[in-house]
Design a protein around this ligand. Structure first.
Ligand SMILES: *[C@@H]1O[C@H](CO)[C@@H](O)[C@H](O)[C@H]1NC(C)=O
Ligand SMILES: *[C@@H]1O[C@H](CO)[C@@H](O)[C@H](O)[C@H]1NC(C)=O
Ligand SMILES: *[C@@H]1O[C@H](CO)[C@@H](O)[C@H](O)[C@H]1NC(C)=O
Ligand SMILES: *[C@@H]1O[C@H](CO)[C@@H](O)[C@H](O)[C@H]1NC(C)=O
Length: 387
């Protein structure tokens, strides 16, 4: 497991109807014979009207957006979801990663890949387009993958992206082989892509007018309360939003979802008063700070540095106070249960750590407590407590 990786995993999954992208739909043809079997079904009538006009319905999630359910793996170590590639569709389990921008999946030309991984077979897809271009990616935890670039249809729930650039892995480092995933789907900005001029899935959802709002939204569950999660492309789900949304500007100069953290408090005590940069990264398990910030926070919890980026923290949550991060004008809280990532008897691993990086990473420890709407066009994020 990679607790500290900058990349790791995410998930995705989706479902629900594709947005009606083509409003000039053909009229159904009907016969002039009366049909005595026909009964008007009001529910279906409402559903079809809603589907037709869904782009006018604020916050509508069940009718015209791509919803991908997520699997929460082990104790919230990573989240992944089902995506299909090719025609007919081949199922791939991908981590949805806001901290990277490549979409790659293991392929049948990968001899070193894990035997339990789903391997995409381009010869079975009649929409696959091959290229000679090679790619290689390395993540913050030292893991790597490489292979050849192709293009094919990618489905996120009912949303079908045509000619999506897909990096087929012919090699992956051992750390990927035993994970229950077949690759990653990057949700960062395209400037971060390891290949030039490759549109990310979200770029294509927008440019192919598959979604009408340039957003995607994350709800990541907690194993302690049933696990799961969902990503919605083109909309958000009010059912998982608890309280007001706060808009935070995003600095994407480096291709990340960069935000500024103004200060950090433990309970009512200010622990860090100087603002610092952070990225929102669904592919990182923990909440990682710069070494200095992490040690200030650890001191407030009497946490012990394991010297591997993690801390040992008091297992008794009644001794802990919540951790508050101020972003924009609001304080966002990591409740005490999430401050314990993993509970070994008498030796609990903290939900925060340090990564030796010049910025902080708001990983799943943060994300599983908040609903986040990512707007790629502005760019900004809207954050609220999740439920
Ligand atoms: C919309 O549907 C019409 C009729 O089926 C088709 O000719 C046209 O290409 C479609 N447009 C888009 C953007 O899919
Ligand atoms: C009407 O349509 C809805 C949605 O398709 C379906 O769930 C429901 O069972 C139908 N009702 C009747 C009475 O057929
Ligand atoms: C992914 O697809 C598999 C196979 O169809 C299914 O068993 C699983 O429940 C799906 N996972 C999610 C999170 O939808
Ligand atoms: C955005 O981030 C870049 C590099 O991380 C930094 O140089 C720049 O000053 C930031 N811009 C703003 C407006 O904060």
């Amino acid at each position: 497991m990679k607790i500290i990786s900058c990349v790791a995993a995410i998930c995705l999954a989706l479902s629900v109807n594709a947005a009606p992208t083509n409003t000039t739909t053909e009229l159904p043809s009907f016969s002039l014979h009366s049909n005595h079997e026909f009964k008007f079904n009001a529910t279906r009538g409402v559903l079809s009207a809603r589907t037709k006009y869904s782009r006018f319905i604020e916050g509508s999630t069940s009718f015209s957006v791509g919803k991908v359910p997520l699997t929460d793996y082990l104790y919230d170590i990573m989240y992944y979801g089902n995506v299909t590639v090719g025609t007919p569709p081949q199922l791939m389990r991908l981590v949805f990663d806001t901290g990277s921008s490549d979409l790659w999946t293991v392929s049948t030309s990968c001899d070193s890949c894990g035997s339990k991984q789903n391997k995409f077979d381009p010869t079975l897809s009649n929409t696959y387009k091959t290229t000679e271009k090679s790619w290689e990616i390395s993540y913050g935890d030292g893991s790597t993958a490489s292979g050849l670039l192709g293009y094919d249809t990618v489905r996120l729930g009912d949303l079908a992206i045509k000619e999506q650039g897909i990096e087929l892995a012919e090699f992956e480092s051992p750390s990927f082989m035993y994970k229950p995933i077949d690759g990653l789907l990057g949700l960062g900005f395209s400037s971060l892509n390891t290949l030039k001029n490759i549109a990310t899935p979200v770029d294509n959802l927008i440019s192919q007018k598959i979604i009408s709002k340039p957003i995607f939204s994350t709800y990541y569950g907690k194993e302690a309360s049933g696990g799961g999660g969902e990503i919605i492309f083109g909309d958000y789900n009010p059912k998982h939003i608890d309280g007001p949304l706060t808009t935070i500007p995003v600095n994407n100069t480096q291709g990340f979802w960069g935000v500024n953290v103004k200060n950090v408090k433990v309970g009512k005590t200010s622990v860090v008063t100087a603002p610092f940069d952070a990225i929102i990264d669904t592919g990182t398990t923990l909440l990682l700070f710069t070494d200095e910030v992490a040690h200030s926070i650890a001191a407030a919890y009497n946490a012990i540095d394991r010297r591997d980026g993690t801390f040992i923290i008091d297992c008794d949550t009644t001794n802990l106070k919540p951790l508050h991060l101020t972003l924009g004008k609001r304080q966002f809280t990591i409740p005490v249960e999430s401050l314990i990532f993993y509970n070994e008897p008498e030796r609990c691993t903290a939900g925060f750590g340090y990564g030796g990086l010049p910025f902080a990473i708001l990983g799943d420890t943060f994300i599983k407590n908040h609903y986040i709407i990512f707007n790629q066009e502005i760019p900004n994020v809207k954050i609220a407590r999740s439920k």
